[in-house]
Write a protein that binds this ligand. Structure first.
Ligand SMILES: *Cc1c(COP(=O)(O)O)cnc(C)c1O
Length: 376
């Protein structure tokens, strides 16, 4: 830091200069984030200083967080779920496993393990590290869903949690949550559903999938308002069916307005919680359904166009995420980047990965297909 500060004008021009280096979302097909809805941005700005780490000072903000939790819970089959607006899917996943780990540790269990599918998000590698827990990976079936036979083989008396994914990060696939829920109930194991991406998509698809609290075996769910919920960053959400699991996370907070805190982080953004509340109130289910409907229309258009140039999807898209089997995929991805696109590549099987977020327009898909045809 310099001794003397810069002028307001200098800072502004510096910010504009740096902003130009950032990539606009318009040609980004690799990210699960998007422009926040205008109403979310408005609400976020209005509550910038609000700290939900000390909610007694911000009771208005807290009311909106509680209402957001109720709305999201209702969307996921349980308006009496317990939880909070987190910083994202990573924190939500950590806290779900953290809660059941604490419960089982109190009961005296040691050397615990959890089981996730091979497609699990890398946040579970962080969980293995931070919570010192073994993370076992179940094999997939041909459609890249968790293979329940493999799951059953991996379960032993140290298994404290099974994780099913409703909308995998790489392929947009939905694990057979109903079957997994039955296994979890039968073996009395905690089931966490990672719907960070899919939570705001699956309820609005034409095809119906059971994945939420309407299944008795589901104990907790992660869902990210900052992905398909059109909120500002950072906004995730962790929900538990039973309050007692949230209480496993509580630490006492002696000098704050409330006695306890369950979030992983201390000072946390009231702004993005309010943004989440606002955008859900504004759009309603109707508005969200419309957004998902348009993303799915463009997803199907992209797949049809790809097929016309001889490229097939790895799986028939379930959500607004397309993976294409192309030869020498890294080369293709690089060539597309040369044309200004941002795309990504999956691990196994290798494929070109394209996320059709709400910033993607019909024109974008057409232009992309032209460039893809050129490149292959
Ligand atoms: C994005 C994602 C996460 C991680 O969420 P962050 O908000 O990036 O922390 C976890 N699980 C799934 C399935 C995801 O798609």
């Amino acid at each position: 830091m310099e001794e003397r500060g810069m002028s307001r004008e200098e800072i502004e021009s510096l910010l504009h200069e740096k902003k130009r280096k950032d990539i606009a979302y318009d040609k980004i097909l690799s990210s699960m984030c998007t422009y926040p809805h205008e109403i979310a941005a408005y609400a976020h700005r209005m509550f910038l200083e609000s700290n939900l780490g000390d909610p007694g000072l911000f009771p208005g903000t807290k009311e909106m967080e509680d209402e957001a939790i109720r709305m999201i819970g209702a969307l996921l089959g349980n308006e009496h779920a317990y939880g909070y607006i987190s910083t994202g899917g990573t924190e939500s996943n950590i806290q779900a496993i953290h809660a059941i780990r604490n419960r089982k540790r109190r009961e005296g269990l040691k050397d615990m393990n959890i089981i996730v599918p091979e497609t699990a998000h890398f946040s579970f590698d962080k969980i293995a590290d931070i919570l010192s827990i073994e993370v076992r990976k179940a094999a997939l079936d041909e459609e890249l869903r968790m293979d329940v036979n493999s799951l059953e083989e991996l379960i032993d008396d140290k298994t404290i949690c099974v994780v099913g994914i409703a909308g995998t990060t790489e392929f947009g696939q939905i694990d057979p949550i109903k079957k997994i829920s039955e296994i979890a109930l039968e073996k009395n194991i905690f089931l966490h559903v990672d719907a960070a991406f899919g939570g705001f998509v699956i309820p609005f698809l034409d095809e119906k999938y059971e994945f939420d609290f309407s299944l008795d075996g589901v104990s907790s769910i992660s869902i990210d308002p900052h992905k398909m919920g059109m909120s500002t960053i950072p906004a995730g959400c962790i929900l538990f069916r039973e309050e007692s699991y949230l209480n496993e996370l509580a630490v006492s907070t002696p000098y704050l307005t409330t006695k306890e805190q369950c979030s992983l982080i201390g000072t946390r953004s009231g702004a993005s919680a309010v943004a989440t509340f606002s955008v859900l109130k504004y759009l309603g289910r109707e508005g969200l359904r419309e957004i998902v409907g348009e993303c799915m229309r463009l997803t199907r258009m992209l797949v049809r166009g790809a097929r016309k140039i001889g490229i097939s999807p790895v799986i028939e898209p379930v959500m607004n995420l397309v993976t294409l089997s192309v030869e020498e995929v890294e080369k293709v991805a690089n060539a597309l980047e040369g044309k200004g696109w941002r795309v990504s590549v999956t691990r196994v099987p290798k494929a070109l990965r394209l996320v059709i977020m709400p910033h993607v327009k019909e024109e974008t898909v057409k232009k992309f297909l032209e460039d893809l045809k050129d490149v292959v």
